[in-house]
Design a protein around this ligand. Sequence first.
Ligand SMILES: [Zn+2]
Length: 136
Amino acid sequence: MNSKEYYQKNKKRIRKRNNLYWKNNKDKKSVKDRRYYIKHREYLIKKSQKWRINNQEKRKKQSKKRYILVQIKIKAQRLAQKIPLKKSCEICGEINNLERHHWDYNQSLLVNTLCKNCHQIQHIKYFYDSYYGRIL
Ligand SMILES: [Zn+2]
């Protein structure tokens, strides 16, 4: 068996192991990524341009989806303005920089009072993989 065959046969396992390695060596990865980018810059730019041209429908759908999510969020925030903030953060008790935290933007009146710091932590903890992981 040559190395190519070996790779093909164990593709999943090797990829998994490599991904784990780069995950644990993030600083090395950023150097590697930068080097790769510099070396293949033109190719990468062309590739992304090509993708954009070939996937216009997909891009339209994505931006439409994002637009709807933002609308839901804005509506929920507007409705929640009427709910008074509590005197302190419900997690740590901080009294400065208080914000309303939505657990679900479809339930606009379900909010808790959190300080800025706890609010960010909640978003990273529970919404990181979703669009809502980022606080706009
Ligand atoms: Zn807090």
